[in-house]
Write a protein that binds this ligand. Structure first.
Ligand code: DP6
Length: 372
């Protein structure tokens, strides 16, 4: 017998939520959710934010979003009614995006149309710092929604069920957001060699990972904090007719398989090579899209050359990755931080200012900060 997909399960759960209508309560939840950095990249998706290949990331410590979400009876009957404040200021652009998001997920959470929702969101990093905020923002909102569901209907009572639904709802907001629920390493996307892996939610995979990876650092070199000319969503859609699409998805699967084996055995050099390959391939895909686009800057390439030489000279297991943007993420075990700092101070500081370097590291997952 075919097992139900999570989508089917949550749609049928929604019938229960609809039938136990509750309109007259109010409350508030305050969640913190981390940003994450992908080492195996998600690039290309199908409808409903289903990825074309599995991706793997780790959650960050210092880059996070705090979101307060409050609910009270809605005077507008059966309509999404929200107010959105970013860093305590009303933000109509984000509000519209969240309204569209709530419309999409109201099939799973019908109460979203029965309550007036106010959202106050702020990031631990400046909005235009070049650190992607959609993963932490959308996951913190999804967690708030799950808390409201649990409070109103006494559902999602186990930790597993709660986080699984939060990851599911976060995915619909932004694919990479589903990987921002749990601590440490997360995998999103079905793969035959990891039990319970799923296209619909991310799963924690720390038990597959050797201890030496649990003090990884992510030192972010912010080359530019300009708004991107091409959004991630546009980039994903350019993969639909990409001439290298199939080769990319096959290579991502092969990279994931090798990467998981390196994570298990503690092979730092092998994992470093795969991380770099994924980053450079992501940008090569952008450059070979039709129409093409280039997100890296001359400074990105200059720094890449310096890092490549540094790695060759020192033989240290230091590597780098890039998101959909020009900023470099240096990834390495904490013990090599002094050498990396020396390298930055000696060579990188000529290219970018010290205040454009953010020090982050692997971290805990989401956190409930307060509730009323
Ligand atoms: C390059 O998750 O931002 O960072 O699902 O359209 O919201 P949407 O895209 P998004 O894409 C992230 C792309 C990436 C790689 C990754 O995080 O895996």
């Amino acid at each position: 017998m075919k097992t139900k997909s999570l989508t089917e399960k949550y749609l049928s759960d929604a019938n229960y939520l609809r039938s136990s209508r509750k309109f007259d309560e109010e409350g508030e939840f305050f969640w913190r959710s981390p940003s994450n950095i992908a080492l195996i990249k998600y690039w290309g998706k199908k409808e409903n934010q289903i990825p074309n290949n599995p991706s793997l990331s780790f959650s960050l410590s210092n880059s996070y979003t705090d979101t307060k979400i409050s609910y009270k009876p809605n005077k507008k009957d059966n309509q999404i009614n929200i107010e959105f404040y970013f860093e305590n200021t009303p933000n109509k652009e984000f509000e519209q995006r969240i309204k569209n998001y709530f419309e999409k997920i109201s099939d799973f959470e019908p109460f979203l149309k029965q309550y007036k929702i106010e959202i106050y969101s702020s990031n631990s990093f400046p909005h235009s710092s070049g650190i992607a905020s959609s993963a932490s923002a959308l996951s913190s909102i999804a967690l708030g929604i799950c808390s409201i569901e649990r409070k109103l209907f006494n559902t999602l009572d186990s930790r597993e069920e709660f986080y699984q639904k939060a990851s599911f709802l976060a995915r619909i907001g932004s694919g990479s957001a589903c990987r921002s629920i749990y601590d440490g390493f997360n995998l999103w996307g079905y793969t035959e060699f990891i039990a319970d892996s799923s296209d619909e939610v991310a799963i924690p995979i720390n038990n597959y990972v050797n201890d030496i990876f649990f003090d990884l650092r992510d030192t972010i070199l912010i080359v530019s904090s300009e708004k991107k000319k091409v959004s991630s969503s546009q980039g994903h859609s350019l993969m639909e007719k990409h001439i290298f699409a199939e080769a990319r998805y096959n290579k991502a699967i092969a990279n994931l398989k090798e990467f998981i084996s390196a994570l298990k055995t503690g092979d730092l050099n092998q994992s470093a090579n795969i991380i770099r390959n994924e980053a450079l391939m992501l940008h090569a895909l952008m450059m070979s899209s039709d129409p093409p686009f280039i997100l890296i800057k001359p400074e990105t390439l200059r720094i890449i050359n310096l890092i490549d030489n540094f790695i060759k000279d020192t033989n240290l297991p230091i590597t780098y990755t890039l998101d959909a943007g020009p900023n470099l993420h240096l990834i390495y075990p904490n013990q090599y931080h002094p050498q990396v700092l020396d390298f930055i101070k000696l060579l990188v500081i000529d290219i970018i200012n010290y205040e454009n370097i953010k020090f982050d590291f692997i971290g805990g997952g989401c956190q409930l900060l307060a509730e009323k």
